[in-house]
Design a protein around this ligand. Structure first.
Ligand code: CMC
Length: 434
């Protein structure tokens, strides 16, 4: 017989016991759901520094080791041996697909790559200079108006169709956002191409000329998508779960996730990182790194080394290593081996990793440090970097949302607070207020 491990809390002279739960790997969890009922106290954890918000069997991160597993498989193995749609299948269904399962899955994605023709006209309502993330939030949210036959979250068939629609349509919607801002005609998807190749086609082809995606660039984009596909209970995923916990439809939930991802501390970091590198380059390049690092270390400057640091990784982000490799491959393919931004980034990384400020705080490059350089070299505009992150992360959001819907312990997310406002007081008539 195994005995239940217990955590004991002393408060106001009383002792309370709480069960300790263990997962397959990772830290133990103290189940404090009964805390308020027993003690009349809440926990205080802004930023969720020590809070497990759910049970999940999708993604595991060991931040000290620098390890990332999707359904138990190391990211390094998935990045080398699988493609993005295989990874989507894995995240969604829990196992890697057989050949037949893979072909069926890819076939279903292909059936859904086009968007409702009326949706193409919705783009006209945006200013031409709108940020693609503003367009993505709007377009993905609007899918709930166009695909009303897949909104019943209690119907597994509706959930399955909504999931496939989102996976299949995100590249189309993102590429259209780009085409709209540059005034070129939208390109319909080409289902003879793979997922990444089709995205490059929708981005860079025009109706006047034949276009074949470069296989090295397709593979690089596919890897970017794999590396960004899921990342446990990060801010945007938690946003999707919280939105979904009220019973909101999947398109609305994913739109909420995209909105959260946009922020510079999260998915917006790739755009911010490239801008940072560009600024250093314009101000003198490698010679000015020291000056920039001093600014970063000055707490009054509000300047951060973008693409560095992570809430969970206190070691090298394994995705950053793979991204740096991809960076080499893409720059080599395009004859840009001497790309000044790549050289600058590598030198910045070297200097930061020797500096006690970064070493003592365990700040290492994260996935966004190199991803912008790769995407820029591929011709993707900086403003679309976060949109590509959103496209990749859609499967993670869907898998996590699905897991939550099927979780019998799931409740509407409703945190409490430590109230610091005025205690109860009475309203005075206006003439008596001072
Ligand atoms: N540059 C300079 N100092 C930093 C940085 C940075 N990039 N990141 C953290 N620090 C410092 C921070 O000021 C603090 O110092 P002190 O202890 O003296 O106050 C210490 O390191 C701990 O940082 P924190 O802000 O408490 O850490 P956090 O877990 O709340 O924040 C983070 C994590 C990713 C928001 C933060 O590291 C950051 O803003 N990094 C830059 C933005 C970035 O690259 N984001 C992409 C994250 S990976 C992609 C994704 O998942 O979205």
């Amino acid at each position: 017989m195994t005995t239940q491990k217990i955590a004991t809390l002393g408060l106001n002279g009383q002792t309370y016991e709480f069960p300790v739960i263990t997962g397959t790997i990772g830290p133990e969890v103290i189940d404090i759901r009964s805390l308020y009922g027993k003690t009349n106290a809440f926990t205080f954890d802004p930023g969720f520094m020590s809070t497990a918000s759910c049970r999940s069997s999708i993604t595991y991160i060991d931040g000290d080791k620098g390890e990332l597993l999707y359904r138990g498989y190391p990211i390094e193995q998935l990045a080398v041996n699988c493609d993005y749609l295989e990874t989507c299948y894995l995240l969604k269904n829990g196992e890697l697909p057989t050949k037949i399962e893979y072909e069926e899955f890819v076939g279903t994605v292909r059936q859904h790559t086009m968007v409702h023709e009326q949706l193409t006209r919705l783009y006209q309502g945006f200013r031409r200079d709108a940020h693609p993330m503003a367009i993505l939030v709007g377009m993905v949210g609007s899918l709930s108006a166009y695909y009303q036959d897949s909104l019943d979250i209690n119907n597994p068939e509706h959930r399955a169709v909504a999931a496939m629609r989102l996976i299949a349509k995100m590249p189309t919607i993102a590429a259209m956002a780009y085409k709209y801002t540059i005034g070129e005609p939208f390109m319909y998807p080409r289902n003879d191409l793979d997922y990444a190749g089709n995205f490059l086609h929708m981005m860079f082809a025009t109706p006047c000329e034949k276009y074949e995606p470069n296989p090295v660039l397709s593979r690089a984009l596919d890897r970017i998508l794999i590396l960004h596909a899921d990342h446990e209970q990060n801010a945007s995923t938690s946003t999707v779960r919280l939105s979904g916990s009220s019973g909101a439809n999947p398109f609305a939930c994913i739109a909420a996730g995209i909105a959260c991802l946009w922020g510079p501390a999260h998915g917006g970091a790739n755009e911010a990182c490239l801008k940072m590198l560009d600024d250093i380059q314009k101000n003198g390049g490698v010679a000015k790194i020291g000056e920039f690092i001093e600014k970063v270390k000055d707490k009054n400057s509000n300047v951060k080394l973008m693409g560095f640091g992570h809430r969970v990784y206190k070691n090298y982000d394994p995705r950053a290593k793979l991204m740096r490799e991809t960076c080499h491959e893409v720059l080599h393919e395009l004859g840009l081996q001497n790309d000044p931004l790549f050289k600058l980034a590598m030198e910045l990384e070297r200097i930061a990793l020797e500096d006690d400020y970064f070493v003592s705080r365990k700040l290492y490059p994260n996935v966004d440090f190199y991803s912008g350089i790769v995407q820029k070299a591929m011709g993707i505009p900086v403003s679309l970097f976060t949109g590509i992150f959103a496209m990749a992360r859609t499967i993670g959001w869907i898998a996590q949302w699905n897991e939550m819907i099927g979780d019998t312990e799931q409740k509407i997310g409703r945190p409490r607070q430590l109230y610091t406002g005025a205690p109860r007081r009475d309203v005075r008539p206006m003439p008596l207020r001072t």
